[in-house]
Design a protein around this ligand. Sequence first.
Ligand code: SF4
Length: 191
Amino acid sequence: MLKILNDYIHNVEDLKAKDRLKIPAQEMPAQDPNIRAHNLEEVAIGYTMEEARVEALRCLECVKQTCIDGCPVKIDIPGFIKHIAYGEFQNAVDVIKDASLLPSICGRVCPQETQCQENCKVGLALKDVDKSVAIGRLERFVADWEREQGTVKIPHVKPETGKKGCCSWQRSCRTCGCRRCKKRRTLSYYF
Ligand code: SF4
């Protein structure tokens, strides 16, 4: 995997789609079953920096970005993935946070296989949604990276508008609430 990164990282701009499609999908490392049977930690451990960058190199940077069509909050997916490929992790987080304030959660619990990753051209080309670019895992990776750096920033919010909004407890409502919060609406939640 390190060899793949070293082979490709110096000529990213020259990589053709056929080169990117040959890069193997990176599996998410997980705890050994014998160890995880004795703890309550997450089973999935998360990508290393190298794994994340190799996975990011698989993105075709499509002109018609069908992955974004499948994202309920319209994250600039190829935009943040490209930053990961170059090791610009803070820039990647910043791109995600333009649209979503919860990347660590969404990277873990969103059903990507029926949203962004279902529409990913890599998965479609390889005829296997499990071979799509691992958008959720990459989102989780950069969110965890930011937290580990201690550089989590409070997002900029506009001044109070006095307008009101409400949210019901349904899919995406927390992100919806965050967006309204950024626009300085006073929110009521209904469960
Ligand atoms: S559809 Fe897949 S390959 Fe194309 S830009 Fe989106 S994540 Fe990258």
